[in-house]
Design a binder for this molecule. Sequence first.
Ligand code: FAD
Length: 526
Amino acid sequence: MSAAKTFPPARDWDILVIGGGITGAGILLEAARRGLKALLVEQKDFACGTSSRSSKLVHGGLRYLASGGLRLTRDAVHEREALLRAAPGLVEPQGFAFAEHDPETKQAKGMTTMLRVVDLLAGRREPRWERPETLRRQAPEARPADGAPAANGIRYTDAKTDDARLVLRVLDEARVHGAVTCNYVTVQSLVRDGGKVHGAMLRDERSRAETAVRARVVVNATGVWSSLAGGDGVTDRAPRLRQLRASHLVLPAARLPLNQAVSLLHPSDGRPVFAFPWEGVTLVGAADVDDEGGADAPAHITRREFDYLMSALRAQFPQLDLNDADVVATFAGVRPVVDAGHGGAPASEKREHFVWSEPGLVSVAGGKLTTFRAIALDVLRHVAQQIPGWQLRSERGPVFARVAVPARHDVPSAVLRRLAGRHGLQAKPLLGAAHEGELECIPGTQTLWAELRWAARAEQVYQLEDLLLRRTRLGLQLPRGGLDQMAQIRAICQPELGWNDAHWASQERRYLVEWRKQYGVPAATG
Ligand SMILES: Cc1cc2nc3c(=O)[nH]c(=O)nc-3n(C[C@H](O)[C@H](O)[C@H](O)COP(=O)(O)OP(=O)(O)OC[C@H]3O[C@@H](n4cnc5c(N)ncnc54)[C@H](O)[C@@H]3O)c2cc1C
């Protein structure tokens, strides 16, 4: 990973991007690929904010059609198809099934019409209605509760990803185009002169060293932190934001085995809940609620949301007798949406991104993981107005350069595809660095032991949580955050990281405390 830095080289930049989530990463890549000298700084770890806590769907924005969001749906479908082409192994198709008794109801007809529009935008068509016996075969888990009559089903195909690895892949591609990326570097304040932003004051969170960098344009892509902590990024042009949180459960595939995604309506209030197979486990997710925590409090599931999701699962899968002990992890994410000011239900707020500018500074918030490239180009249109002589070429080629990993007799082709998708050009050296036995999957996951070694060696890991929650997703996939496998993880990673025993022990303590707070099962009340 060349040009990955702990502190940026002292030189002038064309563009400084603040925030290492998918929005900042996408802007960096599209800027670097168009010849700008580009620097990105992230105050903690890459993707540590909303971009590792999403529902992990690269989706056609079906639900936005219902609220008239045709542009968002069109962009989402276009980008979903582009990502499926460019990143097999990282972005993969995901079938969905709905149990629905009668194709003639208003709801069923509305759904089929919206799916036809999505098909049209995607340029392909798939069969929709399945008869009860076919649905039972294809999606046994979408069956109605015991005793209810057999249902027909609506089928459609969307896509899923590993959100944190998507960010890392985009950053890696940006570095190939000469960009520089620094994690654990905070923008403390913006440098202004005569009413114009000229750069920023940076602080390295490890050494506490401070430095100023100059840039022709600064881009504020800090998501829910878009007020830039001290209020420095806020102008009267900034929209009023409403912060919405949604939470997820993770169950082992053995306890909730799905071969399709299942969408269901919660029995208590009819809001949508979905479950789908992801990286060897099953993810369950919910609708948004207002987040009262504020940007500085890490998002976590509440007991109420936990019980709500569990009751949806028990109603859909009564035969599985699911309980708290079946949940290996939880996670929650917060998104900023423009507050329409009507105080309406969270689901009614628009999910589109918004961009606002002042001299030397362009800010962006909202949007979707799926549409990161469309958002990047929109931001760069604003940037172009502030860089005399630089014109935005807005054509969209492939999202990533093609990666070919040569076939090997000792690694199945599906594993090579997964590695190429998640690691891009690094897949080959990763395989080369593996020690004996490390091309096996860590039990209960699709992650290879070799991915841990490579991450520790080459992927800017500074905290144990970087390694277990974002370079790999073991903290979401293994019970107790991976505590039972910690000895093996340590044997591989401690020498690569160059940490002494005391440092490893303190990192492990810190990781487990944070894991319980943000990713554990919340204690039962009463
Ligand atoms: C629960 C949930 C589920 C979602 N599911 C999906 C989905 O399935 N599919 C989809 O397409 N979209 C989904 N989304 C939307 C998508 O996840 C977000 O739009 C996207 O992740 C936002 O990325 P971001 O880069 O703007 O923000 P973030 O990922 O939060 O990144 C902002 C970064 O800025 C950094 N930062 C803040 N202040 C500073 C500073 N002063 N200096 C340096 N760095 C700073 C933060 O540390 C953070 O890493 C979901 C959103 C939520 C909340």
